[in-house]
Ligand binder design. Structure first.
Ligand SMILES: Cc1cc2nc3c(=O)[nH]c(=O)nc-3n(C[C@H](O)[C@H](O)[C@H](O)COP(=O)(O)OP(=O)(O)OC[C@H]3O[C@@H](n4cnc5c(N)ncnc54)[C@H](O)[C@@H]3O)c2cc1C
Length: 253
């Protein structure tokens, strides 16, 4: 049984692109129909594989940005100028195109209110703190939307760093539990925070270590590393902190 599940997960599936639409200036939303999709937990990702006419293949990972309850798979892809795969996905891919995809992948960077309900009373009462840099918000959109759809009662907060107000992804899913900080420029009527996520911001805007939150941090590698180090400095137990690094060492947000 378990072996069958593992084998199914590792198979490449054929996904049809239903829509490829710009979400912000740098990020596109891919809506995929994946026949045979076995379902996923919020936080899991997929691998996409592109094959050129000469047989050359390139493979990249993308977090599933939609809740398990959504029949279509949503991916949010940030375009890296000069990147091998992301400019193709954002700029070239059209509705009706086929992609090779495998997943869901990952059993570590996942959280769902259903798991909380079944996973013991003490676990369920611990708050969940999410911290995102840029497109690193993608897996948290799946978590938040799932939490809303299932009426979960676990306290959840998201601290989300974006470059500008126009770069904020999926504002409709974020909800009142989200605090946004803009790092580049803010409109004159901006009521949220400004500046990078640092020690002071983490201390003021996230669940205190005394509440023993489970913490998830996702974004570019440098963002994830510095945030995790600061959280530990603030007194969070390293074993409560789960990290997803999107790669790169550049400016996250
Ligand atoms: C588990 C996992 C989940 C991921 N989920 C997503 C997702 O939901 N959305 C998404 O857009 N990306 C996601 N990524 C990153 C994605 O897999 C690719 O790395 C990214 O799309 C760049 O691929 P590329 O071929 O365009 O660039 P490449 O040709 O691989 O790299 C081009 C240049 O961009 C730099 N670079 C690559 N990625 C980043 C980054 N994240 N930040 C800063 N610089 C970078 C590289 O260092 C290099 O200099 C995820 C990665 C992992 C490991």
């Amino acid at each position: 049984m378990a072996r069958a599940a593992v084998q199914r997960r590792l198979n490449w599936l054929r996904a049809t692109v239903l829509e490829n639409r710009p979400e912000t200036a740098r990020v596109h939303r891919l809506l995929l129909d994946v026949p045979g999709w076995p379902g996923h937990l919020p936080g899991q990702h997929v691998d996409l594989r592109l094959t050129a006419e000469d047989g050359y293949t390139a493979q990249r990972s993308y977090s599933v940005a939609s809740a398990p309850e959504d029949p279509r798979l949503h991916l949010l892809v940030e375009r890296f100028e000069g990147g091998e795969v992301s400019p193709y996905l954002t700029d070239e891919l059209r509705s009706g195109d086929l992609l090779e995809l495998r997943g869901p992948i990952g059993g570590y960077f996942v959280w769902s209110s259903a798991v909380d309900r079944d996973g013991g009373r003490a676990e369920g009462r611990r708050p969940v703190q999410l911290v995102a840099g840029g497109a690193g918000v993608a897996p948290f959109l799946a978590m938040l939307d799932h939490h809303r759809r299932t009426g979960g009662s676990t306290p959840v907060r998201l601290l989300y760093s974006a470059r500008t107000a126009d770069d904020v992804l999926a504002p409709d899913v974020l909800g009142p539990q989200t605090t946004i900080t803009l790092t580049r420029e803010a409109p004159s009527d901006w009521r949220g925070l400004t500046g990078r996520i640092d020690r002071r911001m983490l201390e003021a805007q996230t669940f205190a270590p005394t509440t023993r939150p489970r913490v998830f941090v996702c974004g570019p590698t440098s963002f994830v590393e510095s945030t995790a180090t600061t959280l530990v400095d603030l007194g969070h137990d390293p074993s409560w902190i789960r990290l997803e690094r999107f790669g790169g060492s550049g400016d996250p947000s």
